[in-house]
Design a binder for this molecule. Sequence first.
Ligand code: CP3
Length: 326
Amino acid sequence: MPHTPVWFMRQAGRSLPEYRSLRAGVRMLESCRRPDLVTEITLQPVRRHGVDAAIFFSDIMVPLDAAGVDLDIVAGTGPVVAEPVRTLADLDRVRLLDPAAVSYVDEAVRMLTAELLDKPLIGFAGAPFTLASYLVEGGPSRNHTQTKALMYGDPQLWHALLDRLADITLTFLKVQIGAGVSAVQLFDSWVGALSEADYREYVQPHSRKVLDGLADAGLPRIHFGVGTGLLLPAMAQAGADVVGVDWRTPLDQAAKQVPGHPVQGNLDPAVLFAPWEVVEREVRRVLAEGRSAPGHVFNLGHGVLPETDPTVLTRVVELVHTLSAR
Ligand code: CP3
């Protein structure tokens, strides 16, 4: 590539008026099951911003819904699970994923790769810990108290749950890979709530099962979480190729912690609300810090916030391309 590649987590979604009008009256999970909508929503930010990759429009809860978990994605709240998973009997309700139950994902990925030609389509899934946090809490949570209570209180059930989630995630990602995605990102958004020791004991084996299970496919595996400044080496060792970094950790520091790994990130999504001079200064800093890694994919440090002015995102793409042109 003649410049540093750039895309944004949550580039598709509520920051775009064209997304809001397409989604009017359609529930989130329903939109994920419709290949025509998925294709159009995935392409919207590619057309508008000229980003270097598309990210498949779906949600981390889609494979759990397809595996028989009764859940909804509520606007302004997030995923809500009807009956939280806290006992062995509850775990029986989380079935393995039959690839045929997500045939709409296969169909949408095929439609997209045909439209995108050479531009990469990034597939994704939620990592076992982050999926478990929604299943055990029953919804979004600040302190993950029920999740940690299960993790510390019944390690055997915990590991059985995470093993099941790893299997589901692996199946979901293999469907996307089989249909033609060029890279995958495993989101462990909330794993920064754990210490490194607990990460290694309770989470890493399960994330490794997913990432190692994709090694044969030979495509880049990106691994990202929020607040993971102290977990980056352990997350890289879980089997990531590219390590996603949030805005709290400068990319040069991150690069030192994960030698040999390209990094992805990490402009603070809130900086996009600051005056343009500040945005420009911060983009320059992120690019400069990213140069110490063996590769840099420019991104935000977490997803695009819904109130973001999309014209600022387009300017950021242009700026990254101009400043990094070689
Ligand atoms: O553009 C993209 O990045 C692709 C689409 C995408 C969505 N969800 C669409 C979505 C991706 C990659 C996700 C992943 C996801 N979902 C994560 C991991 C990424 C992260 O941000 O850390 C998590 C934790 C979820 C769970 C989830 N789903 C949350 C927290 C929310 C937001 C709740 C809200 O309304 O504020 C959702 C719903 C969701 N997923 C929306 C979108 C566009 C908003 C729903 C809407 O438009 O009504």
